[in-house]
Design a protein around this ligand. Sequence first.
Ligand SMILES: [Zn+2]
Length: 210
Amino acid sequence: MKLQGKTLDKSIVLCRACDLAVSKRALPSGVRALCPRCHTALYDTPYCSINGMLALCLAAVFLYFPANLLPVLEIHFLGNIRNTTVIQGAIAVIDQGYWVVGIAVLLAAVVAPGLLLLSVLFQILIIKFGRRSVFLKTSLKQLLKRQNLVTQFTMLEIYMLGFLVSAFNLSDFSDIYFSVGSFCFTMLFVVTLFLQREYNLEHMWSFVDD
Ligand SMILES: [Zn+2]
């Protein structure tokens, strides 16, 4: 963070309630720092355990493929059975002429989450095993610079909502069954949510400076 050419000291936090300057220090997980003067919660640091993030990231990568390749919905309509995957759904929307919507779905539900998971996985692997190599360290910097952009495009939750709403609307006149893909997609959404909660960009940058 830079302000008028001067670098701000990241180790000082201001209390939101009484503006007391408190120097930040590492906390054991599950512990929250309180303001010594007014006891307002200042920060809690159970974030960015590298091994925890690696486990979440690997789980998400394993769920990513079945979530996108297996059918999410099975529609039974007048003896007709139809399966559809997320990608097929998006392509069907593009075929009907709504290509902006189709591309947005592909981008937000397939491409961006994939890029996010790959990017976080590489960052963790570089921090764990490759911090001595100059090339890997530069790659880590490039990944961290683009992290916010990739996160903003990842909208699994919007896709989940749209998918549930349409399933319940369709269930009025046809039988809808959730398939394996929808289970994997929901789990992918939950695991990615936890991963994003655990991930802290500022903390990741501190590994570059070391
Ligand atoms: Zn205070």
